[in-house]
Design a protein around this ligand. Structure first.
Ligand code: AMP
Ligand code: MG
Length: 479
């Protein structure tokens, strides 16, 4: 590709044009002996960067905090949020700085954030750093979800270091360059609402509309138009999560993107066995953010955002917009599952077929991803694997025959395009992390390559069933 070199990237910082009530200027703290751990050529292409003109040394120097990019004006932004249902009055970028934004190859503007770059005024008791293992997880998962067509922030590169940090044990710190058209969260709005600063809240909403929802300016009430779209985007995002079996783990309002993107990867997990109650976050004892709770929690989060917009939009209009969530989610979820099941078009009892399928899955508790691949085999005449997974009951065979009758000649093509051969199972991430912590990044690059092309035949090591020890792990928030 004809991209530009790293030195030619020209940053602005549009967010920093807002007043200082929205952020604090900060300087990234240099990492000791920074070195390149991973680099995403796809992400580079999005910002018009030629991967061949970004050497590991240049990347490490720049994103290890030893030199700054032309035009960068690093700031940490302030937000708040509802965490596990309770309101925390002040959060903010405690270990990330917004370096600025630039025009990508297709004109889209991308913000670059450096995550892990040291303390900011919002670090509270934290050290402002990120452990190598946690940025590897975010890097792999954001690039994996992007390849699956799930809206998400992106990851450009990881810079490892010899800076020691203290978690459950001593670990090495790393930086990740995160990219997103915007990193604004529901919590940014909540902060100005709860600190009773309607002027700033309006400025923030105007900023978001101007840069990210410009078509809303034409509407009767641009704030309502923006909010309605946020609700719809959020509903469609969660439908995609549910369909690919992704559990976010910490769906606090400060982790909800105003653009409906997957944001802030912590103790996330993909379903291994189909367990609707699966909790991927060890600290979430009540299962507030369990897999099956994600749609209702997302709706709850939209209600929090609505509350913050009370000064800009009439309550009845906010309620009407919130009512878009459920139908949007239901339509999008059915659509996604039908793609995975190879069901083109619309037939009256499709809804029932899907419901029965989910009930069978729940009874069988079999591997969620493998069952779709087994159904592909069944669609080409071999029902052995699907019967092995779902069981050989009359209910299964009755459902299977109704389902197979429903499929048309294009079913196999549709399924092959929508059922990943590889997903980022926790145990796969864990294996590459252990190698990376010993300084070997080759497995990381190999897994990343597989996740970038999830619908191509994957290496055997990635398509195997999850070993018992690696199933349904629940991770701590420590990162
Ligand atoms: P999270 O649960 O990762 O979404 O983070 C919640 C809040 O804690 C955010 O304001 C983060 O910026 C902050 N935070 C998380 N880890 C650290 C850290 N190591 N140092 C400083 N702040 C942190
Ligand atoms: Mg967060």
């Amino acid at each position: 590709m004809n991209g530009i070199g790293l030195d030619q990237l020209q940053l602005e910082n549009r967010f920093s044009l807002l007043s200082e009530s929205f952020y604090s200027p900060v300087t990234p703290q240099p990492l000791k002996k920074p070195h390149l751990v991973a680099f995403s050529t796809e992400a580079a292409e999005l910002i018009g960067l030629d991967p061949g003109r970004a050497t590991p040394e240049q990347l490490s120097e720049l994103f290890g905090g030893h030199r700054s990019l032309e035009g960068s004006n690093p700031v940490a932004t302030v937000y708040s949020g509802h965490q596990f249902g309770g309101y925390t009055p002040q959060l903010g970028d405690g270990r990330a700085v917004l370096l600025g934004d630039l025009a990508g190859s297709d004109g889209q503007r991308w913000e670059l954030q450096l995550k892990g770059s040291g303390k900011t005024p919002y670090s509270r008791h934290g050290d402002g750093r990120a452990a190598l293992r946690s940025v590897i997880r975010e890097y792999l998962c954001s690039e994996a979800l992007a390849a699956l067509g799930v809206p998400t922030t992106r990851a450009l590169c990881i810079i490892g270091s010899e800076t020691q940090i203290y978690r459950e044990s001593i670990e090495f710190a790393a930086n990740m360059v995160r990219m997103s058209p915007s990193h604004i969260r529901f919590g940014h709005f909540e902060y100005f609402y709860y600190t009773r600063r309607p002027e700033q809240l309006k400025q923030l909403a105007d900023f978001v509309i101007q840069h990210h929802y410009p078509h809303c300016v034409e509407m009767d009430n641009p704030y309502l138009a923006m909010f309605s779209e946020v609700v719809e985007r959020t509903a469609r995002l969660i439908a995609k999560w549910q369909s690919v079996g992704f559990c976010h783990g910490v769906m606090n309002t400060d982790n909800m993107s105003i653009l409906g993107l997957t944001l802030d990867y912590g103790p996330f997990g993909f379903l291994d066995d189909f367990q609707p109650g699966y909790i991927c976050n060890q600290t979430d004892e009540q299962g507030r953010y369990a897999y099956q709770q994600q749609p209702s929690v997302a709706m709850w989060n939209c209600v929090c955002l609505a509350q913050s917009l009370m000064g800009l939009v009439k309550q009845s209009d906010l309620e009407a917009a919130l009512n878009l969530f459920e139908p949007t989610y239901a339509v999008a979820y059915t659509e996604q599952l039908k793609l995975r099941l190879g069901m083109a078009g619309h037939i009256n009892n499709d809804g029932q077929l899907i419901e029965s399928f989910l009930r069978l899955l729940e009874l069988a508790k079999c591997d969620y991803n493998a069952v779709f691949l087994a159904l592909e085999k069944a669609a080409s005449g071999d029902v052995e694997s699907v019967t092995a997974l779902l069981g050989g009951t009359t209910e299964v065979s009755e459902w299977l025959s109704l389902y197979l009758d429903r499929l048309d000649a294009n079913a196999l093509t549709l399924m092959a395009r929508n059922n990943p051969r590889v997903i980022l199972r926790n145990y796969l991430a864990q294996q590459v992390i252990e190698r990376a912590e010993k300084g070997d990044f080759s497995d990381l690059a190999q897994l990343h390559a597989a996740l970038r092309a999830p619908y191509s035949d994957a290496l055997d090591i990635y398509s195997r069933d999850t070993p018992e020890w690696g199933k349904n792990v629940s991770l701590s928030c420590s990162s």
